[in-house]
Design a protein around this ligand. Structure first.
Ligand code: FES
Length: 239
């Protein structure tokens, strides 16, 4: 069982959440395939993966709590202690680090008065250094509840967390704005859309340079015989 670090009183999982877990399970041929979104649903209710949430997942899926805990402790998107309304992830992987990510992370620790994986006393911001988010073309990047804030500086990062703490969450660089809370995000990740999936900017110009150049040159992926005729036609190839 996962240790509850905060000592916060343990709540049992609610009947509505159990019903939604069963809704998720019904989406898969093998119910245990639903474990990942079920864990996000636990985070949507509690803010993190609690012992009660693990026990509920295990009971519904007919597997052991050890099996559930093994998954919940493997993936870094699942948290084992309460997270603030806004999880601020600073990429400190190689490219972001040398482009300013290390300086941003140090500045935010000083500005917020917290260390890595800690939450401000008002319960609003949790700071964590994170690994590459596949947005290196916009380094250095921050993520707020997994939404991208591209091309950041020390000052823009300070301004960002100040707005979060002031109740004025900004729009991410890509995706719907303003950023929603940690629990709201977890609910979307669990498979209950908020209807905003198609709002806001999508991929930016830097990410599309290769695609644009390929189209200009008339490049096509080689047909190695594995693509179906439907995929081929969809991609504009001749059969
Ligand atoms: S190194 Fe930061 S997104 Fe890749």
């Amino acid at each position: 069982m996962i240790e509850e670090v905060t000592g916060a009183s343990e709540r049992s999982i609610g009947p509505d959440t159990i019903a939604e877990m069963r809704t998720i399970m019904a989406r898969y041929p093998q119910p245990r395939s639903a474990l990942l979104p079920m864990l996000h649903l636990v985070q949507a209710e509690f803010g993190y993966v609690t012992p009660a949430g693990i026990e509920a997942c295990a009971a519904e899926l007919g597997i052991t709590t050890a099996e559930v805990a093994a998954v919940a402790t493997f993936y870094t998107m699942y948290k084992r202690r309460p997270i603030g309304d806004y999880h601020v992830g600073v990429c400190t992987n190689t490219l972001c680090a040398i482009m300013g990510g290390d300086a941003i992370f140090a500045a935010l620790q000083e500005h917020l008065g917290i260390g890595n994986d800690e939450t401000t006393a008002d319960g609003l911001v949790t700071l964590e250094h994170i690994e590459c988010n596949a947005a290196c073309d916009y380094a250095p990047v921050l993520m707020v509840n997994w939404e991208f804030f591209d091309d950041q500086t020390v000052q823009s990062a300070r301004d960002l967390v100040d707005r979060l703490r002031a109740g004025d969450p900004p729009d991410p660089t890509r995706g719907a704005g303003p950023v929603c809370t940690w629990r709201e995000t977890a609910r979307v990740l669990a498979g209950f859309p908020d209807g905003r999936a198609h709002e806001g900017p999508s991929a930016g110009p830097a990410s599309l340079v290769g695609l644009r150049r390929a189209r200009e040159r008339g490049d096509e992926a080689p047909d190695d015989g594995r693509r179906t005729s439907g995929q081929h036609a969809q991609n504009g190839g001749s059969s």
